[in-house]
Design a protein around this ligand. Structure first.
Ligand SMILES: NC(=O)c1ccc[n+]([C@@H]2O[C@H](COP(=O)([O-])OP(=O)(O)OC[C@H]3O[C@@H](n4cnc5c(N)ncnc54)[C@H](OP(=O)(O)O)[C@@H]3O)[C@@H](O)[C@H]2O)c1
Length: 334
């Protein structure tokens, strides 16, 4: 089978589209014929050697796949073969990937593989940021940095659905228009507006209840200053570099809370699966919009990385894997 691997860390050019051995499903696992896989900012950080550095090279990138089950390992219901599914997994920039059977979510016919591939990493992250960690409630206010990005467009929709007033920061007019279309009332062009001043101006000096910050170094101080009394800042990434160490003394004046969220922390059993099922249902029922900002064939993963790192993308970046042996692909166009 073909896959995207890197043998040494570096720029997008280290990604090679090459022949690799096909995996075999172990007990409790299935084999998936991948139709679409998502690209995530963390993939670019792994490739650069900034994140997840203990995994030996060469390594196949990718953390999520949508496709068709083609084989099952010991202890897995053979009736799964032929089913359309989506899941978190490892090594999904490939024509075939292994996955845990317990993590599979069945796809309704109305949800295409490409749309489904946008959901696991960014959808679950947005879900847990707002519901599990942030516990956003109706009437609260939420500031989402990089609101037009993959996690961002889902986070603003989930925050709106919870009844929050949503503030979103973006770096361009096109990104601003996009999040306005998603219902964000308070768009802040941080390339030309002062985020803290805008938040305080638009909240009558109160600030916001929750800030979701994965930009890190360049936004951290402002994120703290934008909080209301008893406000909560959740750090979940560092696109611009790691944030400074937390100065607990500085939190006292407004009784602030700072926390962190990581998708790969061991979660309570079944939580990811239930959340992914819920997100896929919301997508199928058109209550959650998936925005695919860039779609490229698997072989062009390096170009996908270049554009994601270059801040050129909005919403989800998806790699498609055309599998001529799959009649479903040809018939339905999914
Ligand atoms: N903790 C977790 O488990 C978890 C899970 C998923 C993602 N994440 C993190 O969430 C963030 C978003 O991930 P994503 O995959 O959805 O990517 P993304 O938001 O689609 O892309 C990154 C965006 O960040 C903004 N940005 C600000 N400073 C940047 C910089 N110095 N370099 C590049 N981009 C910069 C850009 O938007 P503007 O042009 O509007 O500034 C850019 O479009 C990443 O930091 C990622 O590591 C964390």
């Amino acid at each position: 089978m073909k896959a995207i691997r890197y043998h040494e860390t570096g720029g997008p050019e280290v990604l090679r589209f090459e022949e690799v051995p096909e995996p075999a499903p172990g007990p409790g696992e299935v084999l998936l014929q991948v139709h679409a896989t998502g690209v995530n900012f963390a993939d670019t950080e792994r490739r650069r050697g900034l994140y997840d550095t203990k995994v030996p090279l060469p390594r196949i990138l990718g953390s999520e796949a949508a496709g068709i089950v083609t084989a099952v390992g010991a202890g897995v219901d053979p009736a799964l073969v032929g089913r359309r599914v989506v899941t978190l997994t490892v090594g999904s920039y490939a024509e075939v990937v292994k996955a845990q059977a317990s993590g599979l979510v069945l796809l309704p016919e109305s949800v295409s593989f490409e749309v489904a591939a946008a959901v696991p990493v960014q959808g679950l992250t947005a879900y847990h940021l707002l519901r599990t960690v942030g516990q956003v409630r109706e009437g609260q206010s939420v500031l989402v940095h990089a609101a037009a990005g993959g996690v961002g467009v889902l986070a603003v929709q989930l925050a709106k659905a919870a009844g929050a007033r949503v503030f979103g920061t973006v770096s361009s007019e096109a990104k601003a228009r996009l999040i306005q279309e998603l219902g964000v009332e308070e768009v802040i062009r941080y390339d030309r507006e002062d985020v803290v001043a805008e938040v305080h101006k638009r909240t009558g000096g109160r600030g916001v209840d929750l800030v979701l910050d994965a930009v890190g170094a360049s936004t951290w101080a402002g994120s703290l200053q934008a909080l209301a009394l008893f406000g909560h800042l959740v750090s979940y990434g560092s696109a611009s570099g790691p944030p400074p160490p937390v100065d607990v003394e500085a939190l006292f004046a407004k009784s602030l809370k700072v926390s962190a969220y990581w998708l790969h922390t061991p979660h309570p059993p079944g939580l990811h699966h239930r959340a992914l099922e819920e997100l896929v249902r919301e997508v199928a029922e058109q209550r959650l919009r998936i925005l695919i900002g860039l779609k490229l064939p698997l072989a062009e993963a390096a170009e996908a990385h270049r554009r994601l790192e270059g801040r050129e993308t909005v919403g989800k970046v998806v790699l498609t894997v055309r599998s001529p042996e799959s009649p479903r692909y040809r018939l339905s166009g999914k």
